[in-house]
Design a protein around this ligand. Structure first.
Ligand SMILES: Cc1cc2nc3c(=O)[nH]c(=O)nc-3n(C[C@H](O)[C@H](O)[C@H](O)COP(=O)(O)OP(=O)(O)OC[C@H]3O[C@@H](n4cnc5c(N)ncnc54)[C@H](O)[C@@H]3O)c2cc1C
Length: 427
């Protein structure tokens, strides 16, 4: 019997998982593994825990869901903590596996681990996380269109979204005992209480992802009005809230796309249904940006060639983090982030612009805080959007948000600000 080790990363699903499919196609049985990589559990250079409580909790729930589904299909999940480049070769020997399969990642820390493994064991990293498969774009990725609109037009015209692959009916595996999914406390983290003002009590896992999709598409038909509501800031349904599940790979962008197309046939096709596909292309755009520019998405000067100097004043940053800048829209949003792990897209654009253009602070400290706090943190989307907001990314215009005007446009009655600030603070 030939055995492959399937290393789950940000692809915690069995449906439309191309790494799982490849392993099952080529081998008789697979050994499923998840590794908590130590480098993401510690603190960053600003003293922020890299994986904060909201995201870690969501990840643990996603792993529990994955484990349950694997068990239903006759397998289980091994769970380890440490450096995957050291753990995986040992497991390969222990379980007599001939090859490692995983989903490909596009940023430096992840690629470094892939490279270290490739040197030691037969290793296949499969493109699995984009809407448009990298083999299906008509341009050389190193010459991809720099601006989103040009990128979108090219892929909309020339590339097709591949059909999804169903979950396997069984996952044949060697004899092994799976591990229990740890709890937050096992990582020394206290669970954060749920704040009723939050947009949604997010729950990790593929089952919850599909439940959310059923709600947003089929039960409420909110998808039909997405374009009109997507700039909202209060409540569950102004936008899809798919991002945490996408970030952990509990659902694939191709599955969502396929469901939109089904909705367009069975319910209606309009500007809103198109707009959700459009937003999924933004997600791809930042993944392709990472493929093209590599480490430059983390540089102070971003992908621009001119060097940029930024200030870093911890006290100023601390006020931004705590929602104590005096700007009500910014403060309300920053408090929501700290208390729930989520913030709307409108909010993110405003607080990022404020940190960089008004407070003149280094965008990288903002990106690091988001990395720590966001339940939907995704390295490409986060750093791609931050360099964009800081004017060192792909934006042809250097956009500065006027937060007073934005508050007037998107929170005219002050409901959002009063939700997160005390009544006295809102004027
Ligand atoms: C400074 C900044 C940092 C961000 N960091 C992240 C991050 O770490 N992770 C993350 O998933 N998104 C990030 N975003 C993008 C965006 O704010 C979120 O994807 C969105 O708010 C999630 O809510 P939703 O799922 O309801 O989105 P919807 O409006 O329902 O959109 C559907 C999906 O499209 C994708 N999408 C939408 N807008 C964007 C965008 N601007 N960039 C990339 N993908 C997009 C997401 O996968 C999203 O789930 C960031 C935006 C900014 C301005």
């Amino acid at each position: 019997m030939s055995t492959a080790l399937l290393w789950f990363r940000n692809d915690l699903r069995l449906t439309d998982n191309l790494a799982l499919q490849a392993a099952l196609n080529e081998f008789d049985q697979i050994l499923p593994l998840y590794v908590f990589d130590e480098q993401w559990l510690g603190e960053d250079q600003y003293g922020f825990v890299r994986t904060g409580p909201y995201r870690l909790q969501f990840l643990l729930e996603s792993l529990q869901d994955l484990k349950t589904h694997l068990q239903e299909l006759g397998s289980d999940l091994l769970i380890r903590r440490g450096n995957p480049a050291e753990i995986i070769p040992t497991l390969l020997e222990e379980f007599d596996c001939s090859q490692v399969f995983c989903s490909k990642e596009y940023t430096s820390e992840e690629i470094k681990v892939e490279q270290a493994l490739r040197k030691q064991v037969p290793f296949s990293a499969i493109h699995n996380s984009t809407l448009i498969h990298p083999d299906d774009v008509v341009f050389d990725i190193h010459r991809m269109p720099e601006v989103f609109t040009a990128f979108r037009k090219k892929v909309e015209r020339y590339s097709k979204v591949r059909a999804t692959v169903p979950s396997p009916e069984s996952v044949p595996s060697p004899d092994f005992v799976g591990d229990q999914v740890p709890s937050l406390r096992d990582f020394g983290i206290e669970p954060a209480p749920y704040d009723e003002r939050g947009v949604l009590p997010f729950k990790g896992g593929a089952m919850a992802a599909w439940g959310r999709l059923d709600h947003y598409f089929w039960e409420t038909e909110c998808l039909s009005t997405y374009k009109e509501t997507r700039n909202g800031m209060i409540g569950a349904d102004y936008s899809s809230k798919f991002s945490p599940w996408l970030a952990n790979g509990c659902i694939s962008p191709r599955s969502i796309y396929q469901e939109v197309e089904k909705y367009e046939v069975e319910v209606e096709k309009n500007k809103s249904t198109y707009w959700l596909k459009f937003e999924l292309l933004w997600r791809d755009f930042f993944r392709y940006t990472a493929m093209r520019y590599g480490n430059r998405i983390f540089y102070a000067a971003g992908i621009k060639d001119q060097p940029r100097q930024w200030k870093y004043q911890p006290k100023v940053v601390r006020r931004w983090i705590n929602g104590e800048t005096g700007d009500e829209l910014v403060d309300a949003n920053m408090r929501e982030l700290k208390l729930t792990g989520f913030m709307s897209n409108r909010g993110r654009q405003n607080v990022a612009s404020y940190l960089v253009h008004r407070l003149k602070q280094d965008w990288r400290v903002g990106a690091a805080w988001f990395e720590s706090m966001l339940i939907d943190y995704d390295v490409c989307s986060n750093y791609g959007n931050w360099i964009y907001a800081a004017g060192v990314g792909n934006d042809p215009r250097d956009r500065v948000f006027n937060t007073q005007r934005q508050a007037h446009m998107y929170d005219r009655d002050g409901a959002y600000r009063s939700l997160w600030l005390s009544a006295k603070e809102v004027t």
